[in-house]
Ligand binder design. Structure first.
Ligand code: NOJ
Length: 452
């Protein structure tokens, strides 16, 4: 029992977080290009104009992936690099970059997993209303069509949206991310609905223009929940909390059911429909049909979870974490159980083969006197989480795991202050150093997780 022989061991990145070359080769601007350049938005005034310079160094980076032994690499396409205005004119130079990356990966024996949207909304579309404009479903569909036409001869795994909870919630509700807005709830529900419609339209277009049968998925995030004990009532409490709406309105996007039930079950959760009734856009049957366009796999990003038990009053409650509870450099709790219970609960509800599309942590990594980067905390974290995933893989259909991230990169509002990579990036020189965890992960891949 444990991981299947063809289990996909990978690592993930996203375009703006690593590519750089923000103004090169006729790339169009997106909301992060604009937002990050304005003082006061990002830690230390950082921005992604150069990032890891992956745009120029991708061959070396693929070499590193090969050294680690990755079977697969999940990366995203910058919409505005291939369609500078988001729609219409195709930028052949942008296409050429992704063509070369894909070819390099295939040559190295690494399977490309392409994410279409990892938060870079083209600025020209933002000016036209972005997610507020219902036409975005068609714009995103056009982009998906282009991806299918140009890349699907060699790429057979696609994910549509990455973490819609974040690009709607952090971008337009709390305003911590680009474009930094605090919109009324009504607007954010409109955007969320259009984002889900865009997802559905992209699935249709990918299938229609595919050059080979594709595996298409979706990659939301979650506030995972796990039970304090394995008593049935605690498991029930954790499951119930996981699929409930967030108690705080200004944080409503942080939930699973609103984003995944429509895609996989064809309807919004009743609880949310009732509670948010005054804020909802018009939702038609045709919309729901589009949103529920069948997908093949369910990707889920999982970083941590809340420990839940059934309270004496018969209602779920969160167990308080003890003093000194382990946490990562970003102060996220270390909760390996999330990687067992998370996939279990999601599989139970949605019945789709799963991928963990992201999991990892940031550490205070430094280059030691011996010139190496020792990151025992990352190894310990991954060993604990992967051990739990292994247990889940023995019980449900889990196809693969993508560690976040292949290399240190631009962590959005936190700039370069958070290091999530298996590979250390020395930004002033762009030198890459494989951390101890990269060598450790290589071993895990080689023996298919046997030692976990
Ligand atoms: C989620 C996002 O998809 C990714 O862009 C981010 O860097 C990681 N989690 C870590 O916060």
């Amino acid at each position: 029992m444990g991981f299947s022989d063809d289990f996909v061991w990978g690592a993930a990145t996203s375009a703006y977080q690593i590519e750089g070359a923000a103004k090169e080769d006729e790339k169009g601007a997106h909301i992060w290009d604009v937002y990050a350049k304005e003082p006061g938005h990002i830690y230390g005034g950082h921005h992604g104009e150069t990032a890891c310079d992956h745009y120029h160094r991708f061959r070396g980076d693929v070499g590193i992936m090969k050294e680690i032994g990755l079977r697969a690499y999940r990366f995203s396409v910058d919409w505005s690099r291939v369609l500078p205005e988001g729609t219409g004119r195709v930028n052949e130079k942008g296409i050429a970059f992704y063509d070369a990356l894909i070819d390099e990966l295939l040559e190295a024996g690494i399977e490309p997993y392409m994410t279409l949207f990892h938060w870079e909304l083209p600025y020209e579309l933002y000016k036209r209303g972005g997610w507020m404009n219902p036409r975005i479903a068609e714009w995103f569909g056009e982009y998906a069509k282009l991806a299918a036409q140009r890349f699907s001869d060699r790429v057979s795994h696609f994910f549509t949206l990455n973490e819609p909870q974040c690009f709607v919630g952090l971008g337009f509700l709390t305003g911590e991310h680009a474009p930094g807005l605090k919109m009324p709830l009504r607007d954010t529900f409109e955007m969320a609905h259009n984002a889900l419609r865009a997802h559905g339209r992209a699935v249709q277009m990918l299938r229609q223009y595919a050059k080979q049968p594709l595996t298409i998925g979706y990659a939301p995030t979650c506030g995972m929940c796990y039970p304090e004990t394995e008593k049935p009532e605690d498991i029930k409490a954790a499951r119930q909390t996981l699929f409930s709406m967030n108690p705080e309105d200004r944080n409503w996007t942080w939930n699973v059911a609103w984003w995944s039930d429509p895609v996989l079950l064809g309807h919004y959760p009743k609880e949310g429909l009732k509670r948010y009734e005054p804020y909802l856009p018009r939702i038609t049957d045709a919309d729901m049909k589009l949103i529920a366009e069948p997908i093949d796999v369910y990707g889920q990003n999982i970083y941590n979870g809340r420990c839940i038990r059934m309270g004496a009053d018969g209602r779920p409650e969160e167990a308080r974490r003890g003093e000194g509870f382990p946490k990562t450099a970003s102060s996220w709790p270390v909760t390996p159980e999330a990687l067992y219970w998370g996939p279990k609960f999601l599989y139970e509800r949605y019945q789709k083969p799963m991928y963990i599309t992201e999991n990892g942590l940031s550490c205070h990594d430094v280059i030691s006197l011996d010139g190496r980067v020792h990151d025992p905390n990352r190894i310990d974290f991954l060993a604990r989480y992967l051990g739990q995933l292994k247990r889940a893989a023995g019980e449900i259909d889990i196809r693969g795991y993508f560690q976040w991230s292949l290399m240190d990169n631009f962590e959005w509002a936190k700039g370069y202050s958070e290091r999530f990579g298996l590979v250390y990036v020395d930004y002033p020189t762009q030198k890459r150093i494989l951390k101890d965890s990269a060598y450790w992960y290589r071993g895990v891949i080689q023996n298919n997780g046997a030692g976990l």
